[in-house]
Design a protein around this ligand. Structure first.
Ligand SMILES: [Zn+2]
Length: 429
């Protein structure tokens, strides 16, 4: 069962909807955002040149830097009176990106989150404990209104206060939890310390977002808490969480709500579209946004698109679970590495806990990588053997080994209770 009938729309029909909405969006951006008018003029493109979806490649791309340069409201397309809400994305450096919504935008957002939850196996009548941070961050309120739209009950607990989370979860019999993957693990540990069996907690679904989650990490969480771990994807620049979501039937890629967000995948270096099914950078165009229409936004997220039929019956394209951001790419002694690749290899080894950190230093002109990995609590084997196993696996799979590998006991890697987990510490700058 789907939330909105359009989720199973015939793809030809869907394409017609997308084309009409793309034309309207380009027109709207051109008429109301000087930034886009200039960009299009520079590219020699007029809105009337965009007739079909294939014409989208004529449009210039929008980047994070554009949001920064146009701070705070240079990309807004409506008058202040029409703006119902503002949010800001967590900028790790400099100014945040400010994003805005009209009433209609908020309705769309609630709907796509409701679709996402439903796809993830959450049903009307369920109780969802929302452990995303409330406030300027889009995670908290985005999920909140989606739960209400679905007809489920939301517990707006927000992030942190983990003991209270566990108690309320038990007392109120929460069916689902929304949080980051790292927080799910933290909650499991806390519950254990409090004397609960994490597998006995009432939740059966966790909606993961805001952080990448590799497959071994997901399996670990699913096992420890006896839940379905479902990936939700989104970004503030486009709308917030709810751009795409995994269906619980297949759990094999995230359905993009294509009637609102048009996806392309391009080569991160050249910006040219890649062949269907090839990995590249996800580029998204909003098709219905009023306050902040965004044309061809370079997300920095690496994924592939899969147009095969899905067993759940939804016809909307699936994107691969994002485990790498173009921004996260580490270049260590000339080798390109994503932290998620290291995580993937390491977490498949028995005896390793899903907690690690990567430290990068310079010794003279040389890059030095130090990898710290926590041993599983129940591990009682030989450290040297475990170390050899990790190094061999890394060498075999990635043709790369860290300069130093430190194994630490349970709790040896700091946990994150609030916000996104940080795993890479680059001290080279
Ligand atoms: Zn599906």
């Amino acid at each position: 069962m789907v939330y909105a009938p359009v989720e199973t729309e015939d793809r030809e029909e869907l394409r017609a909807i997308q084309e009409e909405r793309l034309r309207e969006t380009v027109e709207h951006a051109y008429e109301n955002v000087p930034f886009y008018r200039e960009r299009l003029e520079e590219a020699g493109v007029e809105p009337s040149d965009i007739e079909s979806l294939d014409d989208i490649t004529k449009l210039p791309m929008t980047t994070k830097e554009d949001f920064r340069d146009e701070y705070p409201d240079g990309l807004f397309a409506v008058d202040d009176e029409e703006i119902a809400r503002l949010h800001a994305s967590s900028g790790t450096t400099g100014k945040p990106k400010i994003v805005s919504y009209t009433d209609d935008d908020l309705d769309v957002w609630s709907e796509v989150v409701a679709r996402s939850l439903k796809a993830g196996g959450v049903n009307p009548g369920d109780t969802v404990q929302n452990a995303y941070g409330y406030g300027l961050f889009t995670g908290g309120l985005g999920l909140h209104y989606g739960v209400e739209e679905l007809g489920a009950t939301v517990i707006p607990i927000g992030s942190g206060g983990t003991q209270r989370q566990v108690e309320l979860m038990t007392d109120l019999e929460s069916d689902a939890l929304s949080c980051t993957p790292s927080y799910a693990l933290y909650l499991a540990e806390t519950a254990e310390e409090m004397g609960y069996d994490p597998q006995e907690l009432p939740i059966s679904t966790i909606i993961f977002g805001a952080e990448p989650c590799t497959e071994p990490m997901r399996e670990e969480i699913e096992e420890r808490l006896d839940v379905n771990g479902i990936d939700i994807y989104g970004l503030s620049e486009i709308i917030g969480p709810g751009v795409s979501n995994e269906c619980h039937e297949a759990q094999d890629g995230l359905h993009i709500w294509e009637d609102h967000f048009y996806p392309e995948v391009v080569d991160p270096q050249t910006g040219e579209p890649v062949e269907e099914g090839e990995e590249g950078e996800l580029v998204l165009t909003t098709l219905t946004k009023e306050a902040l229409p965004v044309l061809r936004y370079r997300t920095g997220d690496l994924t592939t698109l899969n147009y095969d039929e899905c067993e759940c019956g939804r016809t909307m394209v699936r994107m691969d679970n994002v485990t790498g951001r173009a921004d996260d790419l580490l270049i260590v002694r000339g080798v390109n590495l994503y932290p998620s690749e290291i995580e993937h290899v390491v977490l498949e080894i028995d005896g390793v806990a899903p907690h690690y950190r990567i430290d990068l230093h310079k010794e003279g002109t040389l890059d030095v990588m130090e990898l710290t990995i926590e041993k599983a609590e129940e591990f009682d084997g030989d450290d040297e053997e475990l170390r050899d196993q990790i190094m061999t696996r890394l060498e075999n799979v990635l043709q790369f080994t860290p300069d130093e590998l430190e194994l630490v006991d349970h709790g040896g890697v700091a946990r994150t209770e609030v916000g996104k987990v940080q795993r890479v510490y680059d001290h080279r700058e």
